[in-house]
Design a protein around this ligand. Sequence first.
Ligand code: ADP
Ligand code: ZN
Length: 201
Amino acid sequence: MYHASRTGSIEVIAGVMFSGKSEELIRRVRRALIARRRVQAFKSHLDDRYGGITRISSHTGVEIEAGPVDTSAAIFRLVRPDTEVVAIDEAQFLDPGIVAVATSLAERGVRVLLAGTDTDFRGEPFGRMGELMAIAEQVEKLQAICVVCGDVACRNQRLINGRPARWDSPTIMVGGSETYEARCRRCHRVPRQDEDQTRIL
Ligand code: ADP
Ligand code: ZN
């Protein structure tokens, strides 16, 4: 059993896309490296994997290397006994086991940093983000800027072929182009099936 000299903790960086979560995660990792802590970074997204290494990158272009993982068990397996800080990006995509993994890492003295989108395109809780926010010592909830009105944005607007995606639209798109925008609550649109598309656009 590894005995860490420090008390572990869980920190969550939550918010919509473009709110600066990756920027903030990278900032905390950089500071941990300056403090000479042993850091391991992971990203639960497999799309941009290449050569066993992926990158945590912010929309401003700053990036750090991260191990690509598709399960919380993989993170647990890959964390080395002497690692002091574990940073995880895109935590919303991870399976429910991430809650137990974050907890046991923190219990053995690891500082666990988790960044993720806490609401999906419907504005509903995403993956285990809500639970992670509840068990964390510290939560930072960030907002973006609404691209429609310039107010602060708390929602992810999903667009399929340039139009607001319907409530029941498929999670995985086959054909067609899909994009996301940051929007405020008032400008956020999630048409229901029975609504007239032209009226709500
Ligand atoms: P996240 O990880 O939350 O998606 P990033 O850290 O990757 O966010 O990117 C945040 C950066 O994106 C901001 O600092 C800003 O330069 C840029 N950005 C682009 N669009 C927006 C927007 N609508 N609102 C806020 N920032 C935006
Ligand atoms: Zn708005």
